[in-house]
Design a protein around this ligand. Structure first.
Ligand code: COA
Length: 266
């Protein structure tokens, strides 16, 4: 194994990074919170993608989560305490970085993949999920809307009706449904997602990198403009919803471990 110093270090304490055999391993490591992502963690992840594109030694990126979860999505306490975080990067910066990333991106999903944990998969080139994976677009339950271009990419993959079901009901779903919805490329046995994804990332790292990047650019090109537009529209709507009394009641209720009560809201 050939490990190189990345020359860049994640700062949040909850994201790990290493380059091995041409693969940047980006690992979310906050298992006590099911790998929920804070602003500082988004910054690390976005910086990691910058690092990948800027370094010839990185020929593929593998994103995964430690401790039995991929990620439980955006940290809900962050949503409550820093609503302006949605106006200013890091969350949106990470999401837009996914849209423009040139290096091939592989994901390994075990356990919870909620919110951004599911929408980010729409930007991956290869996604491996094991039988423990539980996906969810929880936005309606949070009184929010979808993000990361899911308005365009999910109906393209899943078809309009399944996309509507997954988004408008917001219920969790398993790896087989994720496969049908085009969110996952391969379902593997319990505990095998990481090794399968790593093998694919290493395989990609052996291929001619410039040709792979050109291929990725071309695959995106037909929808590039539409994707940027819809992502901007989603973000504007998301910010509006985030500041709503409905959404704030949901976040507060989650942190207070109770059901939301909308009866007093006008
Ligand atoms: N933000 C902040 N904290 C979170 C979190 C999130 N998105 N997801 C989980 N946590 C925290 C819990 O508050 C809990 O913290 P505590 O131990 O200090 O009380 C800890 O992680 C474990 O979560 P818990 O709910 O007990 O685990 P679970 O296995 O019963 O359920 C989930 C896991 C992911 C289904 C559940 O935690 C959940 O629904 N999380 C919210 C997901 C979400 O809506 N994300 C936002 C997407 S935009």
């Amino acid at each position: 194994m050939n490990t190189i110093a990345t020359g860049w270090r994640p700062q949040s304490g909850h994201v790990e990074a290493a380059v091995e055999d041409g693969v940047l391993l980006l690992t979310i490591n906050r298992p006590d919170k099911k790998n929920a992502i804070t602003g500082a963690m988004y910054t690390d992840l976005a910086d990691g993608l910058d690092f990948a594109d800027a370094n010839d030694a990185v020929r593929a990126v593998l994103i995964s989560g430690r401790g039995g979860s991929f990620t439980a999505g955006n940290d809900l306490a962050d949503f409550l305490n820093n609503p302006s975080a949605a106006e200013n990067p890091p969350g949106p910066r990470f999401i837009h970085r996914l849209r423009t990333l040139e290096t091939p991106l592989v994901a390994a999903v075990s356990g919870h993949a909620v919110g951004i944990g599911s929408t980010l998969l729409l930007h991956c080139d290869f996604v491996f999920a094991d039988e423990t994976a539980r996906f969810q677009f929880p936005f309606i339950k949070l009184a929010l809307v979808q993000e990361a271009g899911a308005s365009l990419l999910l109906p393209q993959r899943a078809g309009r009706l399944l996309a509507a079901e997954l988004l408008m009901l917001g219920e969790p779903f398993d790896a087989e449904v994720a496969l049908t919805a085009g969110l996952v490329g391969e379902v593997v046995g319990e505990g095998d997602a990481y090794d399968s994804a790593l093998a694919r990332a290493r395989h990609l790292a052996e291929k001619p990198a410039a040709a792979l990047r050109a291929m990725k650019r071309l695959l995106r090109q037909p929808d590039a403009e539409a994707l940027q537009k819809i992502m901007d529209a989603e973000l504007a709507c998301f910010r509006e919803r985030l500041a709503s009394a409905e959404a704030r009641e949901v976040f507060t209720a989650f942190l207070e471990k109770r059901k939301p009560d909308f009866s007093k809201l006008v």
